[in-house]
Design a protein around this ligand. Structure first.
Ligand SMILES: [Zn+2]
Length: 265
């Protein structure tokens, strides 16, 4: 089976990754947007292997396009991202997992597209995340609710007023690591699913007792990812994405635009 890519933006103890199988290889990838890696590939016999890119507080996260370009270079067409998030939905508490079903982009300093120099282009209507991968995660984590992820730049935390605004917009959690990666992945026609683990409660709510050293919620995530990999039986991505197949001059969207489908592997 083709390997997946895991963008790991949760502070897991390194030994917990053993649950995903032994380390098979390690690579560094040069991309037009900068170097990526080292990425390590892990896997167990009879299940998909997974390239792991640590993504937590990465100082080199200057251009998210590098990450997606590296995924392409590795022949990856399925990405799962795990992020530590701030809960703005009051039913969520520290350690709670959440499956990302949609997102809001509130980033302001990130490249938003691979095609910005080539003018506008028609994107087909595609779901925000891959329904197949998200359903597979939901079967492994039946108690995890689905929710809306709002991407912010950081590094500062949200103010209480912003937390109220984000909640009013329909956001459930805030994070700094999945946007615009999620949109860039869809631009390339890659399947993308997101899993969030609540690390903190938003600024408008009283702080819970300190759980800084409690990895219990995160251990659940590693076990879930291991089961998730073993549950994947199909050898290729689905055609859920909205790959950009061509570009048009700026400001012109032709009436002949048709929904684009990624080529089958
Ligand atoms: Zn898909």
């Amino acid at each position: 089976m083709k390997p997946l890519l895991l963008l790991l933006a949760v502070p897991l103890p390194p030994q917990s990754l053993e649950a995903l199988g032994p380390r098979i290889e390690e690579r560094e990838i040069d991309t037009p947007y900068g170097p990526v890696g080292p990425l390590a590939r892990r896997g167990l016999p009879d299940s998909a292997s997974i390239w792991i890119q640590p993504y937590y507080g990465l100082p080199s996260r200057t251009d998210p396009r590098a990450t997606l370009s590296a995924a392409q270079a590795l022949g990856i067409d399925q990405i799962v991202a795990c992020d530590s998030v701030v809960a703005v939905n009051p039913v969520l508490g520290p350690g709670h997992p959440l499956l990302i079903t949609d997102y809001i982009d509130f980033t302001r300093h990130q490249p938003q597209t691979f095609f910005e120099r080539e003018g506008t282009a028609g994107l087909s209507q595609a779901p925000a995340v891959c329904p197949r991968l998200t359903d597979a995660l939901a079967r492994i984590l039946p108690a995890a609710p689905g929710g809306v992820y709002l991407g912010v730049d950081g590094p500062r935390r949200e103010t209480a007023a912003e937390a109220r605004m984000f909640r009013a917009w329909g956001a459930d959690v805030l994070g700094q690591n999945l946007v615009p990666e999620i949109a860039l992945a869809r631009e390339l026609g890659l399947c993308f699913a997101g899993l969030a683990v609540v690390d903190a409660i938003s600024a408008e709510r009283p702080a819970p007792p300190d759980t800084a050293d409690d990895y219990s919620g995160l251990e659940v995530v590693v076990q879930a990812l291991s089961a998730f990999l073993q549950s994947l039986r199909e050898d290729s991505a689905c055609d859920c994405g909205g790959r950009l197949t061509r570009t048009l001059p700026a400001g012109r969207a032709g009436p002949e635009d048709q929904p684009a489908r990624p080529p089958r592997a």
